[in-house]
Design a protein around this ligand. Sequence first.
Ligand code: IPD
Ligand code: CA
Ligand code: CA
Length: 264
Amino acid sequence: MHPMLTIAVRAARSAGDIILRSADSIDRLHIDQKSKNDFATEVDRAAEHDIIKIIRAAFPEHGFLAEESGTHTGNDFIWVIDPLDGTTNFLHGFPQYAVSIALKIKGKLEVAVIYDPLRDELFTASKGGGAMLNNRRLRVTPQNSLKGALIGTGFPFKKQQHLDAYLKMFRVICADSAGIRRAGAAALDLAYVAAGRLDGFWEIGLQEWDMAAGILLVQEAGGVATDFSFNDNYLESGNLIVGNPKMQQLIYQAIQPYVNDALK
Ligand code: IPD
Ligand code: CA
Ligand code: CA
């Protein structure tokens, strides 16, 4: 295993333990509202602190972009961390959340871990080394039409200026596919595309930490990612479409009439 992936796995499992220990006492947590529909608890912060501590002990020169504590400058190695993706689910006891950790070297995604502590599912990838779920190699589905496809998505519940554009996209994908799933943790949605549990996924306005690890997983499982202009500016724009090359293109074509409104 890539030595940096080994450390990322250790950090993700440790953060997962912190999250699970609090899962039965959610009513005792102090909840901060960062902005509309955007919450954080001491669990998010403790998990993030733990991840950074573990990675820093192994690689003291590396930098971080972490959801709760922001940017920590370092060298060309930047760890992109979402300590708890799916906080709203976690706060409601809805069992769909995960730890997401990616490493970028000179801006390129190199290592990814997404850990679902409830199911003990560990999704890992390293650039050129493929994607795995526990010990099993992952592959995106061979689906080649929207008809019959199961598509994941996320609702723009934080930045609601995109709700109208989003609902038009939703309508066309809903009408043409076998179904849409909105499970509430983008990192797991992307891991599920890599694992062939979903045939594709799109969302407006993600943050880099929501998607960095999941994008490498999808790519290493044979899938592709673009932004809403069919380019690779997804980490900056936050607008993301993924799937196998055909499904990614079909989702892009279906939502294309409405993307301009989502770019405003
Ligand atoms: C959120 C989840 C959700 C997505 C949001 C994210 P958080 O992350 O990934 O699925 O729709 O855009 O912000 O706040 O739970 O870490
Ligand atoms: Ca997130
Ligand atoms: Ca989070």
